[in-house]
Structures are given as C-alpha cells and as structure tokens.
Design a binder for this molecule. Structure first.
Ligand code: FAD
Length: 363
C-alpha cells in the first residue's frame, strides 16, 4: 500500500492553501482532487479584502487574478435598497479562475497534485480507499472535501427540518448589467433566502442563491421557475435579469449546514474549509475561512506534526465562532420578509453595513 505524509483530499481553496503553505516550507504534500481539472464550483465568487490579503501572504498576486473590483455592498428588500462602501475593496472571481491559480501555485511550490482521483472512503488505521479500489495511507490527513462528505469521516451535522441549499445561475454581463451592478456585491433578500449578484472576470456575472429547500419545492423543484417567481416578487432582481439574457441552466448544491463548526478534532486529521466551519454565504467569507484554515493548519503541522491536529481544530473553531455566529444571526434576520423590511432602515444608519461586513471576517 502506498503511504504519504502529509495527504490532502480536495483541491478547493482549503486544500490548495494547505498545499501551498506546506510545500513552501519543505513538506512534500500530495493533494488528491477528484475532478480532472479545476471546476467552476457553485459559489458566490465574492472574496473579501481579508481573503485577498491572505492570498497575497501565500504568494498569490491578487492584482494579476483578473477579477472584478468590488468596493460596495448593496442590499435590496422589497422595493427598498441601501448601499454602503466596504471597509476595503474585495473581488468578484470565478472559482475556476481562483482554484486554477491556487493549484498552480501549490504545484510550483513543490506539492504533488493528482487530478481525477476520487477518494471513496476513510477506513481504520488512517487508510483511505480510492474509487478504483486502491488504498493509500497517511498519518497526517488534511480533509478539504468542502461541501461533500467523505464516507467514514462525515461531519456530525444535525438534520434540519427545512435545510438550506445553494443555486447558481450564470448571466452574460451585458453593458447594461455592468452599469447597473458596477463595483457592488448585491444582496437581494426574499422569503426564506437571498441572492448574491456580482460581476466576475470574462464579462460574466454570477447570481448565487442560498435558500430553504421548501422555497424551491414551492416552485415545483425547478430552479428556472423559481427565478421567474422571484423576479415577479422582487423588482430589483427583475431589473437586473432584464438587463441580461435569462439563464437557461442552474447549478445546485443540497444540504448546506450553515453555522456548523468542528469543535473537537482528532489526532492526525486536520479538517479544513467547509469541513471545519460553514459560515452563512451572505457574509461572503467561506473562501476566506477555507484559505485561513488551510494556511494555519499547515503551520500547526509544520510545528508539531500530526499530533497538532486536535489542538489546532479546537483553536480554529474558537477563531471562527464569532464571525459564524454573527453571520448566522444576520441570516436568520434576512430570511424573514418582515425582518428584511426592517433591515433596510437599520442598514441606512451610517456605518452599520460596514461594521457588519467587518465583523464577519476571519483573520
Ligand atoms: C450558495 C453559496 C454561495 C457562496 N458564496 C460565497 C461567496 O460569495 N464568497 C465566499 O467566500 N464563499 C462563498 N460560499 C462558500 C464557499 O463556496 C465555501 O465555503 C468554499 O468553497 C469552501 O472551500 P473548501 O476548499 O472547503 O471546499 P470546496 O470549495 O467545496 O472544494 C472541495 C474540493 O474537494 C474535492 N473533493 C470533494 N470530495 C472529494 C473526494 N472524495 N475525493 C477527492 N476530491 C474531492 C471537490 O471536487 C472540490 O474541488 C458560498 C457557498 C454557497 C453554498
């Protein structure tokens, strides 16, 4: 059986950040990614100023990423809206572009990356079984499978009656849509969910929703019918959609356990990104948490080896507690139409949106 230390499973921002940080300091990580190449993963694709600073520290030149500069946050509820400057500019960037750049950086730093390798399950004694039946062993596992559970190492998430899910629609960024969105990340609140809209590279816009499953079920389970319903309810969203071509396709991801954190940890297993903490998407900080966790877990491993895992996991859970809790409360407020109406006058108080945008970041 093949053995390797350290071993990273998953090539999203969490796994890639760990690979860069480990390889830069002489450890020779192996990263396994099930896709043959980086995908345009379902994600809002907004990166905060804090995330950009962490990427810079990993040696990724964020100015060269080609993303769209985002300086404002605009909130829409019913017929009302409010706009505020972010504490510092963030960026709209597709996940294909981000993951490609991060994995290239990891490879250049000396990490081995194997694409098209699907890890099927974790077995006893630190062994992983691959989909082709082969086994690989490691005493230092960096679990970065994101939204996807690995059999044998599933997150202890409690089932929710009406769970959250994600939908994503890609829109061509016509001149009209570019002018309307400008340098903002837009949040359109609706009953049991919200939609984030941002411009990204290559003249495209990303419309990404987090919503309760019951909301999609009421639209017959069809994401395109749901979009038409939402446009009827929300003049702000309809105005944006009418500036572009209506999408003919949507991506979906189910069961997003917002607010969950891994609090205990296990020897030799570092859970990164969404496997460590899931911050509600309206905060736009999931990528930031993934990168920060990958970087700091790598530092812990480089200092004390696999035995650092439990302490590190508990420490990271404490670090993520406040931003996740604040984002969770905002989510609970935003998903109820009556609250969402009140949110606008509150958000108009000078400094409030800016303060909340800052409070949901992870260092
Ligand atoms: C609706 C929605 C909108 C969001 N919007 C934003 C936003 O605007 N900004 C933001 O910062 N965050 C946002 N997020 C959160 C963000 O997408 C995640 O927090 C982030 O992707 C987590 O990164 P990760 O590396 O942990 O996992 P992922 O990005 O999910 O990457 C996991 C990787 O592991 C691979 N993998 C999985 N299982 C296996 C396996 N068994 N074997 C091998 N490889 C495997 C996958 O192919 C994938 O490449 C959003 C999330 C949702 C649901």
């Amino acid at each position: 059986m093949r053995r390797t230390d350290p071993l990273i499973v998953g090539g999203g921002p969490g796994g890639a950040a760990a690979a860069i940080a480990l390889a830069r300091h002489g450890a020779k990580p192996l990263l396994l990614e099930r896709h043959a190449e980086p995908q345009d993963a379902l994600c809002g694709g907004f990166m905060s100023w804090q995330t950009l600073a962490t990427l810079d520290r990993l040696g990724i030149e964020t100015n060269a990423l080609g993303g769209h500069k985002v300086s404002e946050v605009a909130l829409f509820a019913g017929k009302r809206s409010v706009c505020a400057r972010l504490p510092a500019p963030g960026m709209g960037l597709s996940r294909r572009a981000l993951d490609t750049r991060m994995l290239a950086r990891a490879g250049a730093a000396g990490a081995d990356i194997e694409y098209g390798v699907n890890v099927a399950s974790a077995e006893t004694g630190g062994q992983l079984r691959l989909a082709d039946g082969a086994h690989i062993g490691s005493g230092a596992l960096f679990l970065a499978t994101g939204k996807y559970e690995l059999r044998g190492l599933k997150r202890d998430v409690l089932p929710e009656r009406d769970s959250w899910m994600g939908l994503r629609y890609r829109l061509p960024a016509t001149a009209g849509l570019r002018a309307a969105i400008g340098g903002a990340i837009e949040l359109h609140l609706f009953d049991r969910g919200y939609a984030g809209l941002v411009l990204q590279e290559s003249a495209s816009a990303n419309l990404c929703m987090a919503l309760r499953r019951s909301r999609l079920a009421e639209a017959g389970g069809h994401p395109l019918d749901l979009l038409r319903q939402l446009a009827d309810e929300m003049p702000s969203l309809a105005a944006r959609l009418n500036e572009s071509d209506w999408p003919s396709h949507a991506d979906a991801v189910g069961l997003v356990p917002y607010g969950w954190r891994e609090k205990t940890g296990a020897d030799g297993i570092f859970r990164l990104g969404d496997q460590a903490a899931v911050i509600p998407s309206l905060a736009g900080e999931g990528i930031g948490i993934a990168i920060a966790s990958g970087r700091s877990a790598a530092e812990a491993y480089l200092g004390r080896g696999p035995h650092a895992a439990s302490d590190w996991q508990e420490r990271f859970a404490r670090q993520a507690r406040r931003p996740v809790a604040i984002a969770n409360r905002l989510k609970a407020l935003a998903e109820k139409p009556s609250n969402a109406g009140m949110a606008i006058p509150l958000a108009r108080i000078p400094g409030v949106l800016r303060l909340l945008a800052g409070a949901t970041r992870i260092a």
